[in-house]
Write a protein that binds this ligand. Structure first.
Ligand code: NAP
Length: 303
């Protein structure tokens, strides 16, 4: 039986991984995250609090659970917060991963980690797995440093880079369509960048690709993103269309008008060839992903 440790189980991706793997009889899954309690605690999944920056806790939990595979979905994911809280961001995004690497090495576990398009500068999209990284933000720098720690670790690892992840999760940080929804439903005007173009990724596609990496025993770097490129403006319009909301509240701006703390790559898309070939995944386009999000939100209201 495979023993699976999930780090960051309270997050958008972590919850999805737990729901995909937690009820399967061939796996023993232990969920962990930073917070004392688990957002899915009413569903009787195993959960233990684990801060990945606490080296000795990481070491002792991993040596007692003896996982075959570790999924790392834990990270500091707020790009502007990382820009202004560099030390804390580095501790989570780099030192946390180093702690996992060291502990994984001792029990010979495979570490499946998640990274980002923000390691690129957006000038040479679409990107392949071996293209040269050039991060613009501190978040991107920290995620690249974690990748480098894995690449030089000599443990068994896989890295999945992804782009603008969205979907439903309990108490998750508001992702872009949830932010659009909240504002349009409240009748608030929103400003969306017309010049920031990338491929939004439905969280179910991302989680499935991580699971496929485990099932097919793949290693190395994989690019996984939605099948359609959309500017933030177009993405917001799609939300209005799928949820039948007032699109006249959406206003077009340039990203520079938003005056965000961190610089972002303006154009990022991935070449999906390797993931399609090795993992057999066919990611959704924006409308398809939003339609699933709508169903999930309706379902959560019924529960
Ligand atoms: N979201 C995106 O648009 C996007 C895009 C590209 C790549 N990614 C990458 O995808 C991965 C998953 O992202 P996500 O959207 O699922 O993130 P998320 O919803 O922000 O969840 C991250 C989780 O990490 C946990 N965490 C933070 N610090 C921790 C620590 N020190 N120890 C243990 N757990 C900690 C938090 O747990 P608690 O809730 O328990 O505090 C949080 O729930 C990340 O590696 C991210 O960099 C995300």
């Amino acid at each position: 039986m495979k023993r699976i440790l999930i780090c960051g189980s309270n997050g958008l991706l972590g919850q999805r991984l737990c729901l995909m793997l937690g009820n399967q009889t061939e796996y023993e899954v232990l969920n962990t995250s930073h917070h004392r309690s688990f957002v899915l605690e009413n569903q009787l999944f195993d959960y233990t609090q684990l801060d990945i920056t606490h080296k000795s806790d990481v070491k002792s939990l991993i040596s007692s659970f003896q996982p075959t595979v570790i999924f790392n979905a834990a990270a500091a994911t707020n790009v502007d917060w990382c820009e202004t809280h560099r030390e804390e961001a580095w501790k989570i995004n780099v030192n946390g991963v180093e702690n996992l690497i060291e502990a994984a090495r001792k029990v010979e576990a495979k570490l499946i980690h998640v990274s980002t398009d923000y390691i690129f500068d957006g000038k040479h999209s679409p990107y392949r797995e071996d293209d040269r990284p050039e991060p613009l933000s501190y978040y991107g720098k920290s995620k690249l440093a974690a990748e480098n720690a894995l690449r030089t670790s000599e443990i068994c690892y896989a890295i999945v880079r992804t782009i603008v992840v969205y979907g439903y999760g309990i108490n998750v940080k508001r992702n872009f369509p949830l932010w659009v929804l909240e504002n349009l439903r409240a009748g608030n005007s929103i400003r969306c960048a017309e010049d920031q173009v990338n491929n939004p990724t439905y969280v179910g596609d991302l989680a499935r690709s991580l699971v496929k990496i485990m099932e097919r025993d793949r290693e190395g770097i994989y690019h996984v993103c939605g099948s359609e490129a959309a500017s933030r403006l177009t993405f917001a319009h799609r939300v209005a269309e799928v949820f039948n909301l007032d699109a006249s509240l959406i206003h077009s701006v340039k990203s520079s008008d938003l005056q965000l703390a961190a610089r972002r790559p303006l154009q990022t898309s991935f070449v999906l060839e390797k993931a399609q070939r090795d993992l057999g995944i066919e990611p959704l386009d924006v409308r398809q992903g939003l339609t699933l999000l709508k169903q999930e939100l309706e379902q959560s209201r019924r529960n």
